[in-house]
Design a protein. Structure first.
Length: 238
């Protein structure tokens, strides 16, 4: 009897012009998060440095992405809407973190950013800074940002004690540069793993305090004192 009633009911719906929708796949909504790419990042109440600082985020922390205002990213921080500089976070789909993490370079040392990538005053002989400067105590470990082969390990010129490593990541060749080091723990021709110790922070070459100068170049190393040449902002690859 129940089966007969169900048949009659469905028949009535079809006669009246109504249809029973077929089962269709529903596309999952995409949500986004951001991951902090610098050692310490200030969190503020609004989208500029004039707003109150309410906390800080550490390297590798992730937050729900809520949008962007100019050069600032809106995040959910301790249940409230807050802002961080977009320069030091990387946005990713919440379903693709594993892919993003697998492709990135490591930040090569624990330090404070004292000069970023981009246009410079010319005070020290260059008008474009091809890398980033991370201030740290003398002797702080410097690690390989990615697996690769050491192509330079010497004390020479403005870089002082420095190392260059060639890498291939997803078919793209890169060269990373680590300058002004105190000690070198690798030699030319050596293969190093991502995260391996290659030296220590120092103050050699054209340097005015203990720090690591770090660069990433697409393909081979090409230097320019006035343009980016083939260098890229390391924070876009961490």
């Amino acid at each position: 009897m129940k089966k007969q009633l169900m048949t009659i009911t469905l028949g009535a719906l079809l006669v009246s012009g109504l249809t029973v929708p077929a089962s269709t796949p529903v596309e999952a909504a995409t949500s986004y998060k951001v991951q902090v790419t610098t050692n310490v990042l200030n969190v503020r109440t609004g989208p500029s440095t004039s707003y109150q600082k309410v906390g800080s985020a550490k390297l590798g922390q992730t937050f729900t992405y809520l949008g962007a205002t100019g050069s600032w990213t809106k995040i959910s921080y301790n249940g409230s809407t807050r802002y961080v500089s977009s320069t030091y976070v990387k946005k990713y789909s919440s379903t693709s973190l594993q892919t993003v993490t697998a492709n990135k370079f490591l930040i090569p040392t624990k330090g404070t950013l004292t000069q970023g990538y981009g246009p410079a005053s010319g005070k020290y002989g260059y008008t474009f800074h091809n890398g980033i400067d991370l201030a740290a105590a003398k002797g702080t470990t410097v690690q390989a940002a990615a697996t690769g082969q050491v192509i330079v390990a010497r004390n020479y010129g403005a870089y002082g004690n420095h190392v260059m490593i060639s890498h291939t990541i997803n078919g793209q060749a890169y060269t990373s540069v680590y300058a002004h080091m105190d000690r070198l723990n690798v030699v030319k021709g050596q293969t190093v793993a991502k995260g391996a110790k290659i030296g220590t922070v120092g103050n050699t070459g054209n340097s005015f305090g203990n720090h690591l100068h770090f660069e990433i170049h697409k393909n081979k190393y090409v230097y320019s004192s006035s343009t980016a040449a083939n260098s890229v902002n390391p924070y876009t690859l961490f």
